[in-house]
Design a protein around this ligand. Structure first.
Ligand code: AMP
Ligand code: MG
Length: 319
């Protein structure tokens, strides 16, 4: 593969990216959550290339990105609660896992052989422009090697996948900074939170008027964001640390802290979410091999649930 193109997301860059997708190539693009690694969701070869570029296990299905709820309804059945969530939160950081339509034309590997499909309508203007120029569904997991930290800047994508994908649209830093919240909806079954993410679960529950269920135990994870070790930096993490020990790098939160790096000096969870992955990348850059990041405690409410989820997985023993 030749060098990865870094494209400016002006009309010419968007047209170039859409043309690359149309011929089956892979293009990373910014969304409001993290950078996605996009390929034509109807092309078996493009979808296979996404799994290969990431080193992603074939059992881990991909999120398909579409322009609007109407495009989603062409690919999957939306039960009434899905319609309500789509109306309330699309475009935005919510992925719905829905029963797939048989004749939707998606490459079978997108859903890893499951009868469901994960759909999202992204809000980022560059993602929207790309979907509109391409005119079809785009399969896009996070644009990082499997198991590593998700990218929130084009430089992160280049560092992880440069030379292995055709292009990256450089849209600057992702405003939300955490992956989408994933909710599974099947007719007759209660809605299930498969992964906490950039849309707080409390807001979804307020629209549904009932609590989200937890995923059942199965032979394999219902959503691989649930794998114990995931989103991992090279350094080790020590969570809920009151302060840094000798030689440790302090990742703080809030005004009282005197950290090497601070998720949010103001103690704001939205700011902490937007900074998390970038600061984990930065901590990796600063620490020697085997170094330790001492992470301040974060509240377990709102976006704090997704932040703590990512930190626990980053700290988990590596498989
Ligand atoms: P990523 O894009 O790398 O953040 O990962 C996409 C997430 O969506 C993974 O956790 C997938 O398991 C989940 N996902 C995608 N499709 C499905 C599906 N059909 N059923 C359950 N989870 C899904
Ligand atoms: Mg990912």
């Amino acid at each position: 593969m030749p060098e990865t193109l870094r494209l400016v997301p002006d009309p010419a860059g968007i047209a170039r990216a859409a043309a690359l997708l149309a011929r089956g190539a892979l293009v990373a693009f910014p969304t409001e959550t993290v950078y996605g690694l996009g390929g034509d969701a109807r092309s078996d070869a493009a979808v296979a290339a996404i799994f290969a570029a990431k080193g992603r296990p074939a059992f881990n299905p991909l999120i398909v990105h579409v322009a609007d709820a109407q495009a989603a309804a062409a690919l999957a059945h939306l039960p009434p609660e899905a319609e309500r969530l789509a109306a309330a939160f699309w475009p935005g950081p919510l992925t719905l896992v829905l029963p797939a339509r048989a004749a939707a034309g998606l490459a079978p590997r997108v859903a890893a052989g499951l009868p469901s499909v994960a759909l999202r309508v992204p809000a980022h203007p560059v993602a929207r422009a790309l979907l509109s120029a391409f005119g079809g569904p785009v399969a896009a997991p996070s644009a990082n090697p499997s198991g590593r930290i998700s990218p929130t800047r084009a430089g992160h994508v280049m560092a992880g996948l440069g030379g292995r994908i055709a292009a990256v649209l450089d849209g600057g830093a992702c405003p939300v900074g955490l992956e989408s919240t994933i909710v599974a909806l099947a007719p007759g079954a209660p809605p299930v939170l498969l992964r906490p993410g950039g849309l707080p679960a409390e807001r979804i529950e307020a629209v549904l008027g009932r609590p989200l269920g937890a995923p059942g135990a199965g032979p394999r994870p219902a959503a691989p964001g649930q794998l114990a070790s995931h989103y991992a930096p090279a350094a080790r993490l020590r969570l809920n640390a009151a302060e840094a020990g000798q030689g440790e790098l302090r990742l703080g939160f809030g005004p009282g802290d005197s950290p090497d790096l601070n998720l949010s000096p103001a103690g704001d969870l939205e700011e902490a979410a937007a900074n998390l992955f970038h600061l984990l990348h930065e901590a990796d850059r600063r620490l020697p091999p085997g170094g330790v990041i001492a992470v301040a405690p974060l509240p377990e409410t709102g976006l704090g649930r997704a932040l703590n989820d990512r930190l626990r997985r980053a700290a988990a023993p590596r498989g």
